[in-house]
Design a protein around this ligand. Sequence first.
Ligand code: ACM
Length: 555
Amino acid sequence: MPQTQTKDDDLIPAPSRVEGPSRRAFLLDRRTTLDAAPGTETTARWLRTTLGAAFGLPLPDTADENATHSIRLRLDDTLAPEAYRLDVLPDQVAEITGGGPAGVFWGAQTLRQLLGPDAFRKAPTKATAKEEPVAVVTTQTIEDAPRFGWRGLLLDVARHFLPKDDVLRYLDLLAAHKLNVLHLHLTDDQGWRIEIRRHPRLTEIGSWRARSKWGHRASPLWDETPHGGFYTQDDIREIVAYAAERHITVVPEIDLPGHSQAAIAAYPELGNTDVVDTTALTVWDTWGVNPNVLAPTEAVLRFYEGVFEEVLDLFPAATSPFVHVGGDECPKDQWKASPAAQARIEELGVGDEDGLQSWFIRHFDRWLTARGRRLIGWDEILEGGLAEGAAVSSWRGYAGGVAAAEAGHDVVMCPEQQVYLDHRQAPGEEEPMPIGYVRTLEDVYRFEPVPPGLSPEAAAHILGTQANVWTEVMENRSRIDYQVFPRLAAFAEVAWSALPAPEARDYTGFERRMHTHYRRLDALGVDYRPPAGPHPRQQRPGVLGRPLEGTPPIV
Ligand code: ACM
């Protein structure tokens, strides 16, 4: 790491307003108590388990609202629900006031950063005497609120299974960056990762594959290690509850009608049996867009209604209002060749294969809406008519999102050209399995979720933004860390802070603050890409990425 001066006040994401700091100080020590007003319990628990563990402090409750040596948690409904004010006061008091419980929690995240990198450890690194402070914060007042309500990260746990504990760790990493949506891509051609009791073969068969392509699909290499895994229903409940404690929404994605080979391998009748011997299909072992898509039958709808019934039970409406149905990259070749699919087009009067795709999506839009949920899908769901009430994840650039927002649909901006974190972050040969566009830390910092020229009405439909982590070339948590960090720190600032237009953003200032932030990531044990390039163990010499030469321009 560069030996540049670090300052605990170097907050990421940058807050809206800071007054101070003065020269007085708040000292965290063994006397510090917690005074948590009703409604702030999630933050009280989090402070005790996180800061308590990091510094070896008991942080006992106090009922004395004038106590000194105390962290006070308060609610003030004149603030927006996610807004907070952090007053670091003389008399050894830090008071966090949130518009709602989430605001208090984000304020606690800010306090943790101010307490220094050791606040990001899981146990104390030094022994402290009884009255000796373990951390010091200068007195100041911070007022802060997020720019967007949807500040997300997609984890593709289908291409490579991410063990449950690593998902929980990612929830902690999101919380540390004030991100509040985890989009879990639970199903794909290469694996089905969520236990569905009424269809047990989805995980018995669909969660395992014999081997995996090693590198991009153009690579000649294979990893012959069998790969797989899935989350039991209790694992999912634990993930959802852990997220809710951190004011994070989990958006489950069950991808249909494409990206379904793992499901078809488990239940061959889900596929287009009149054009392909689906009994011969296995869970896919390579990458790319797969022709084996769901058959447009009533039986397939009933099957997936059963899947979604269990999904809705596991992801309660209060914490998961949105359910993602995929809808991306569904090749129409099998439907074109299938007499049964052609007969369905006639029977349903949907015109063509695009109409069949819309028929799938509209069905689940109505089905989810009737159950008090909102459908969200990739921007292909715009083709052939967007289902009413549906929201769109705009991934193929801005255009889909712009069209959807202008038509009055809500949009999450996640254009692949800017915020697909599987894409390489530097042009060098040493980047591991480099794919896609070169998108540096600075590129992500200058990403603007709301495209210029959008009408104010349409701009109001941009719910927020999301960075997507597709894991074809990320076989474990360390590879994910490398692709995600440090870029997620820049993304978090884009999603949270009221930054100026991209060209006017102070990237130099951000880079300076990153020196402090790297210390926090070090304490957290994040295997980020060092600014000077990958450590040798982070490289994957000889494993092909894509494209093989050059880098495509931004389109
Ligand atoms: C996607 O990247 N296929 C959503």
